[in-house]
Ligand binder design. Structure first.
Ligand SMILES: [Fe+2]
Ligand SMILES: [Fe+2]
Length: 151
């Protein structure tokens, strides 16, 4: 199923996170340094945005899992896990969000909740463009292909 546009900014980040998770799980040289480099740049803002924007929409179980796994990933970045362990955590967390959590949200949010979430995740998406003009170009191209005119 196609991802709802309100969740797309998170799914875009997930593609990058899965590539990183794979290189960690394969224990490639430099993968752990790359994880630490991307933590401040990409992963931490992503987790913070999910916690700020999605937590109010989650069940207690979903919220518990999301927070527990974010905390475990923060510990992994602090060097408390092996590269393979950190990669596995990141991979499984992203897969859970993509395959279970996001479809659950897509099936139960009201139109109004989607509209509010879209405005908020769109604002989040734009914060990612400053250091990544390629991302902005890709997102703008996708919007225009779909004939969408987001603010
Ligand atoms: Fe997450
Ligand atoms: Fe995520």
């Amino acid at each position: 199923m196609r991802r709802h546009p309100a969740l797309e900014p998170f799914s875009r980040d997930h593609n990058d996170a899965l590539i990183l998770a794979r290189s960690l799980m394969e224990d490639r040289p430099g993968a752990m340094e790359e994880l630490q480099r991307l933590w401040a740049l990409d992963l931490q803002p992503h987790f913070a945005a999910e916690e700020r924007l999605l937590l109010p929409l989650l069940t207690q179980d979903e919220a518990g899992r999301l927070l527990t796994e974010h905390a475990a990933l923060a510990e992994a970045v602090a060097g408390l896990a092996s590269p393979v362990g950190a990669g596995r955590l990141l991979h499984d967390h992203v897969r859970w969000e993509e395959r279970t959590l996001f479809p659950a949200l897509e099936s139960r949010l009201t139109e109004r909740q989607f509209a509010e979430l879209l405005a908020a995740t769109d604002a989040y998406e734009r914060t990612r463009w400053a250091g990544n003009p390629r991302r902005e170009e890709l997102v703008r191209r996708r919007w225009s292909r779909r004939g969408e005119s987001l603010p």
